[in-house]
Design a protein around this ligand. Structure first.
Ligand code: ZN
Length: 145
């Protein structure tokens, strides 16, 4: 059931949340090169990331070692992406004359139909996977120290 009939009251959302998510997004832009990168990240990746950040808080770690920002802020950002996708991105698909969905988000090459769900061509997906694998290994090394 959806409850979006009532007018929303912006001041019910704390400025601290807006500031924290903005910081995480700026960090994300430095890391991934774009504010829109999240649109081509799969839903499950954001959900897993949010849960990992929340687990870290439960395990007693407040700050993300990579960014220095709160794990909670990272979790909130991941959740925001999926709320945005759930409620708004379908309209984007229609209005941005298909560009996002038939050309690669990274290199703008024409996509094959099997690439559509990813928004990236195969070679950009492989590059991204390698990058993420490298980051995961670095993170594991840091945790073992
Ligand atoms: Zn590409």
């Amino acid at each position: 059931m959806k409850h979006d009939k009532e007018k929303y009251i912006p001041t019910l959302t704390y400025t601290s949340l807006l500031k924290e998510i903005s910081k995480v997004r700026s960090y994300g832009k430095k890391k991934y090169g774009s504010y829109d990168d999240w649109k081509t990240t799969e839903v499950i990746q954001h959900l897993n990331a949010a849960v990992r950040h929340i687990r870290d808080v439960i395990d007693g770690e407040d700050f993300d070692q990579g960014s220095g920002y709160l794990h909670l802020s990272h979790a909130a950002c991941n959740i925001m992406f999926e709320i945005e996708r759930f409620l708004n991105i379908d309209e984007d698909r229609v209005t941005i004359d298909g560009r996002i969905f038939n050309t690669c988000f990274k290199c703008e090459k024409q996509l094959e139909p099997e690439d559509y769900p990813y928004g990236r061509c195969l070679s950009c997906r492989i590059k991204r996977e390698e990058q993420m694998k490298k980051e995961r290994l670095e993170l594991e090394k840091m945790r073992k120290r």
